[in-house]
Design a protein around this ligand. Structure first.
Ligand SMILES: [Zn+2]
Ligand SMILES: [Zn+2]
Length: 83
């Protein structure tokens, strides 16, 4: 019980007092992991995934793969590899 209480206290403290704010675009996140993910995948990033068929660009591989599947009926392993 004590452990649960402590983690709950910690959670409340974080939620109330701390925000994780991106220094570039000032988006704020409650969880550090969300900010880290934002920094790694979104913030200031050019879309890294360029569709070879229609020049659409995607920031995330999952969006890219979904686009390939739905728009071009291509699965990830069939597509040409891009380095
Ligand atoms: Zn940002
Ligand atoms: Zn496409």
């Amino acid at each position: 019980m004590e452990l649960a209480w402590r983690s709950r206290q910690r959670f409340l403290t974080v939620a109330r007092c701390e925000k994780y704010v991106c220094s570039s675009c000032h988006r704020s996140y409650k969880r550090k992991s969300a900010l880290t993910s934002h920094l790694n995948h979104e913030c200031g990033k050019q879309p890294q995934f360029l569709c070879p068929f229609c020049d659409y660009r995607f920031k995330t591989k999952s969006n890219f793969n979904r686009h390939l599947r739905t728009q071009h009926l291509v699965t990830a392993c069939d597509r040409p590899t891009q380095e």
